[in-house]
Write a protein of this length. Structure first.
Length: 259
């Protein structure tokens, strides 16, 4: 373990975590008008309606897989009967489906952003940086999975990367766990850490404003007072209510002047 190990696997992650938390608080406190996904749907919708659902559903599957693989200890899964074979099988095939959806979605979104002039004009420097980091994270993660998990002998990241991340979260970091991790897994982790570092300053903040309350909110009932709706399920007009009419425009009369 040397100085670079301390910087890469202890200092850099903690700086990213601090900026992630404090940055979101400050952004929400002082830039609520900028707390948005900056949607460009009005500029182009044909590619967006395909690329956006594919990317979002894929990334949600990727996130769920990472939560299980990195934060849930291996012994806990074995206690519930999830053996190494079944875990590897599920992670490989479900991860492949998630990777295909995510990659296809982000490729469509990048093509749309590059080839649609109005969308390209609305793209900021931070947007380009965010897309670059997203592509690197997805690319390195997919490459590592294909090389080591599908066509290779397999790599048990739950014995190195997983305890390293859990150690960071409980303030007991152990950089030696990352020393012998395969190169592309290391690049995947570093790119993801850089993405979390820049997260509060990008449009990704809209992740924490998902309209989950829309699912359980009560319906809004609209009732009309028009007479033609009587008998169609709405209440008829009560006595004393007179329908207001738009006043007619005054007519102008032309007067002849005497000669």
């Amino acid at each position: 373990m040397n100085t670079w190990d301390i910087l890469l696997w202890v200092a850099f992650p903690y700086v990213a975590m601090a900026v992630f938390v404090v940055g979101h608080i400050l952004r929400y406190r002082f830039d609520q008008f900028g707390w948005t996904s900056r949607s460009s749907q009005t500029y182009e919708n044909r590619l967006l309606r395909w690329g956006s659902p594919m990317f979002h559903y894929g990334i949600l599957m990727v996130f769920g897989g990472h939560v299980v693989g990195l934060l849930v200890p291996k012994a806990w899964l074995e206690f519930f009967g999830v053996t190494e074979h079944w875990y590897h099988l599920g992670a490989t095939w479900l991860g492949t489906v998630a990777a295909v959806l995510t990659i296809a979605g982000i490729v469509l979104l990048l093509i749309r952003r590059r080839l649609t002039p109005r969308v390209m004009l609305a793209t900021t420097v931070m947007d380009k940086t965010m897309y670059l980091l997203l592509a690197l994270v997805i690319g390195f993660g997919t490459l590592a999975t294909v090389m080591y998990q599908i066509f290779g002998a397999g790599y048990d990241y739950r014995g190195t990367i997983s305890p390293w991340i859990r150690g960071l979260l409980i303030l007991q970091p152990d950089p030696s766990l990352m020393a012998n991790v395969p190169f592309f897994f290391q690049l995947h982790v570093l790119a993801a850490t850089a993405l979390f570092l820049l997260w509060p300053f990008t449009r990704l903040v809209h992740v924490f404003s998902a309209p989950l309350g829309y699912i359980v909110r009560p319906y809004i009932v609209y009732r009309s007072r028009d007479a033609h709706t009587v008998g169609s399920g709405s209440r008829g007009p009560r006595r004393g209510w007179e329908k207001s009419e738009r006043p007619a425009a005054p007519t102008r009369t032309r007067q002849r002047t005497p000669r």
